[in-house]
Design a protein around this ligand. Structure first.
Ligand SMILES: [Zn+2]
Length: 261
């Protein structure tokens, strides 16, 4: 028993490490510093939404936001950029994540420039492209279900560690690598020094390759149309999914096969 419990995680880690590749995301960009942060749903303060699940070190590394009166009401509601920034990831990462957008933000605090990534997952649609500059409150996409896998909600993270991307194993899975998302926002509603152009580091995190176990998802859901121009590169891996499996009515969400990241 003891041996198996040690060997299995090692095997999983080994498999994951062999199937992650550097992101072909944007190179260094110029972006505008944030003049403040808002919540990503119903900005600025998330009226009509509540946090159904919070951040937990070593576990759920973000917050889940749903609509008052039932999460189904939130389906396809807009998701907004929490501050000025540049889109460093906007694509379908498949199982557990679905459509993901990551925005890299710069802001000035205590006379220093700081950087963080905000992550928005399980989106129904993505409305931005990688490399695009976005302003605070700009719509990034809509609340989704990760291809029908979860009830509609926004999974929202803020990364201190810019190397994480969608690979939680790249960080420490605690507050050394992450901010508490809504606490971070509420502490920085209005910032001095916004609107300045600053060089923003390139996105160099690892992404799952088509051989990655997460891509097993292609066997039970059809790929979403990716807004990323290079999406055709991975289309060969999606040959098995020919039939379109649309999100149907709101009361037919599939049972979770995976834990929401
Ligand atoms: Zn979540």
């Amino acid at each position: 028993m003891v041996k198996i419990s040690l060997i299995l995680p090692l095997l999983v880690l080994l498999t994951l490490s062999l199937t992650l590749a550097p992101c072909d995301c944007i190179a260094q960009a110029i972006s505008k510093t944030a003049d403040g942060f808002d919540l990503p749903v119903s900005p600025p303060m998330g009226a009509g939404f509540y946090k159904s699940r919070g951040f937990r070190s070593g576990g759920h590394l973000g917050e889940d936001w749903v609509t008052d009166g039932g999460s189904a009401k939130g389906f396809r509601q807009p998701v907004h950029a929490i501050a000025n920034g540049v889109v460093v990831l906007a694509r379908d990462i498949h199982v557990a994540w679905g459509n993901v957008v990551i925005i890299r933000h710069a802001w000035i605090e205590n006379r220093q420039i700081h950087f963080a990534d905000s992550l928005y997952a399980h989106l129904d649609k993505i409305n931005v492209r990688e490399g695009q500059q976005v302003g605070k409150g700009q719509q990034l996409g809509t609340i989704g279900t990760n291809h029908g896998m979860y009830p509609p909600h926004l999974h929202f993270e803020i990364h201190k560690d810019l190397g994480i991307g969608v690979n939680h194993a790249a960080g420490t899975r605690d507050l050394r690598s992450y901010w508490l998302p809504s606490d971070f926002v509420l502490a920085r509603r209005h910032l001095a020094g916004g609107g300045r152009n600053v060089p923003t580091p390139a996105a160099n995190f690892l992404l799952p390759t088509t051989e990655h176990p997460w891509y097993l998802g292609r066997f039970w859901h059809s790929p979403k149309k990716s807004t990323h121009p290079k999406s055709s590169k991975s289309s060969a891996s999606h040959r098995s999914s020919s039939t379109s499996q649309k999100h149907s009515s709101s009361n037919k969400w599939k049972v979770n096969r995976y834990t929401d990241p």
